[in-house]
Design a protein around this ligand. Structure first.
Ligand SMILES: Cc1ncc(C[n+]2csc(CCOP(=O)(O)OP(=O)(O)O)c2C)c(N)n1
Length: 618
């Protein structure tokens, strides 16, 4: 038995036999299940690539050879083999081991990600840099069948195919799933290739029963059969040597094909079949994607250890319930969603309206432009995209939707601090990204009723592009009360509590907490719900500026070009009399992982910091 916590680097793998490699895989799986059950994390993607990652580190010499994991959420075995098993109890925790690859953690993490479909393009750059740095290393991007649905992956394949001087070895990790079900014609092509593997199984059996001279003959026939069945895949046509599909849990097969690819003089694709969630009965049976990313759970029962109180729901659920209601009301309504049906809580909607939800895969740009097509055809459309992923579709929102003033309602999910996923996933850039785009309105409700009123306005009154932001995290709402369908929230702010010593302007769920604390402490502060980030409420701004008292503007988002900037621009442009303004928001930095509470505290954006700031100013 190998003590995983004593592994320093992957060099020990070269001495291990197939039997020992299999034992190591078993040990790693047990470790991953135990460990992720305590910290939470991307379980099933990691259980699927244990053998593949070991084989890669056995055949290639990291970090000289460049192993690049697409997204990076499946890098746990890589972390173990590169000396980080001892840190797994801090996985995804504040100041702990990242859930993705991180250059500061290891020299073996040569490229970082978090967003999908970047690995082949990055590999192209690393491959082409050899011309300048004289390196002779191999470049090996590992991309999942889900990540392959992202446009950038195709752009990179298109660029690299047939290139004689450059030989990246692309590993297609095909587990037939994205987070949940994979979609599109590409996944059908892969299915088709998979179904043709039957000849391999026949081959294996034939080899066992035939005498040697006949085996040789069969092998000749088999080459013909292979040519007939497996060649001319999409990848051959794109100019790659295609190997596979091979069994991603069989070391002999993995090592054999990786060694051949190492010698190839053409760029190649090795198509590896893996089982997502392998080795844990609950994750093996998962179809919906529940085990893709999990919170702490009981290993024995598979049950989550988080307890949710009655009538407490995720914000995503609040919004998706509204959409179920709206779909009931309006026939000409669809949801267009890029690969996050589970994450954005649209599984129930999909069950009720399977024909009125379109998953386009990991293709945010496509989702936005397709939505513009629906809007052009007078079909109402809701397009939920995580704040961090809308970064991918800036031009589509600007050029395809807003410029044509089309009625697309964007759901900016996970807006604000997201916690354990860290730097790559924080929802803190969408405000500056969207707010300068003409025609668009941006809102952020502080509670579910406000959200429903805002959505009624967005769908039933407003005629142009609209973005509603909502947070990661839970909120109380009793659905037995129904969802109001006719009260609108016009683009106006609300003075939640008036006061004369200072003004506090913010949006989102923090407002209720601030109001409660300020009332408790008897502070004479005016609290404004700036629920519309765009357009600003000029009337309220004039009113509060006339108070001639300090104004605090708070946003759980980057300060640069944000809500506070917008208000400052307004004050300056209108020469309003303001004595003293304090902007509370995120400085010019990326924000690391941790719980939301830990991060807000570190950034001086938690409730205590707000109250301290107010008290200092009044
Ligand atoms: C641009 C972008 N959109 C969405 C996501 C969310 N996401 C993370 S992993 C994943 C599925 C990846 O599927 P696949 O590549 O097949 O890897 P697997 O987890 O199945 O091994 C998705 C949609 C993301 N990381 N980046």
């Amino acid at each position: 038995m190998i003590n995983l916590k004593e592994i320093k680097d992957p060099s020990f793998l070269s001495d291990l036999s197939i039997k020992e490699l299999n034992e190591l895989s078993k040990e790693i799986r047990t470790f991953l299940i135990e460990s992720v059950s305590k910290t939470g994390g991307h379980l099933s993607s990691n259980l699927g690539v244990v053998e593949l990652t070991i084989a890669l580190h056995k055949v290639f010499e990291s970090p000289k050879d460049k192993i690049i994991f697409d997204v990076g959420h499946q890098g746990y075995t890589h972390k173990i083999l590169t000396g980080r098993a001892k840190d797994f109890d801090t996985l995804r925790q504040y100041k702990g081991l990242s859930g993705f690859l991180k250059k500061t953690e290891s020299v073996h993490d040569i490229y970082e990600a978090g967003h999908s479909s970047t690995s082949i393009a990055a590999a192209a750059g690393i491959e082409f840099s050899k011309k300048y740095n004289g390196n002779s290393h191999k470049v090996i991007p590992i991309i999942g069948d889900g990540a392959l649905t992202g446009g950038m992956a195709f752009e990179a394949l298109n660029f690299l195919g047939g290139n004689k001087d450059h030989q990246p070895i692309i590993i297609l990790n095909d587990n037939e799933m994205s987070i949940g079900e994979n979609i599109g014609y590409l996944s059908r092509i892969l299915n088709n290739i998979r179904s043709k593997t039957t000849y391999r199984k026949i081959k294996a059996k034939t080899y066992k029963i035939l005498p040697r001279f006949l085996t040789k003959l069969t092998s000749k026939v088999e080459r013909g059969v292979k040519g007939f069945f497996i060649n001319n895949t999409l990848f051959d046509e794109l100019g790659f040597s295609y190997y596979g599909p091979i069994n991603g849990h069989d070391f002999k097969e993995l090592i054999k094909y990786l060694e051949s690819a190492k010698k190839s003089s053409k760029p190649c694709v090795i198509h590896v079949l893996t089982e997502k969630g392998k080795g844990y009965k609950f994750s093996e049976a998962d179809q919906s994607g529940y085990w893709h990313g999990v919170s702490p759970f009981s290993v024995k029962t598979g049950e989550s250890l988080s307890t949710v109180k009655d009538n407490v729901h995720s914000w995503s659920k609040i919004i998706s319930e509204y959409m179920i209601n709206y779909a009931k009301e309006k026939e000409e309504f669809v949801v267009v969603i890029p690969a996050m049906i589970g994450g954005s809580s649209f599984l129930k909607y999909k069950e009720l309206y399977p024909d009125r939800i379109i998953d386009v895969g990991i293709a945010e740009q496509m989702a936005v432009t397709m939505s513009s097509g629906f809007a052009t055809s007078n079909v109402d459309v809701f397009t939920p995209i995580y704040s961090t992923f809308i970064q991918r579709a800036y031009d589509q929102v600007n050029h395809d939707v807003a410029r044509q003033n089309l009625k697309v309602v964007f759901g900016i999910d996970r807006a604000g601090i997201v916690g354990a996923d860290g730097e790559t996933h924080q929802g803190i850039y969408d405000i500056p990204l969207l707010r300068h785009i003409p025609n668009i309105k941006i809102a952020h409700p502080r509670n579910p009723i406000e959200a429903f009123k805002i959505l009624n306005y967005a769908f039933k009154v407003n005629t142009g592009p609209f973005a509603i932001r909502y947070e990661k995290g839970n909120i109380f709402y009793d659905f037995s009360k129904g969802i109001p369908s006719s009260i609108y929230q016009l683009p106006k702010w609300e003075i939640m509590k008036d006061g004369e010593k200072a003004v506090f302007i913010a949006f989102g769920s923090i407002l209720e907490q601030v109001k409660e604390e300020v009332t408790k402490l008897n502070l004479d502060v005016c609290i404004v719900d700036g629920k519309f980030i765009k357009p600003l409420d000029e009337e309220v701004l004039k009113y509060v500026s006339e108070k001639n008292v300090p104004i605090i503007i708070y946003e759980e988002s980057t300060k640069q070009g944000g809500f506070g900037s917008a208000i400052l621009e307004y004050f300056v442009n209108n020469k309003l009399n303001i004595t003293n303004i304090t902007l509370m928001g995120i400085e010019d930095q990326f924000v690391n992982q941790g719980t939301k509470e830990e991060i807000l505290k570190e950034l001086n954006l938690d409730l205590a910091s707000i109250i301290k700031t107010i008290e200092k100013l009044i």
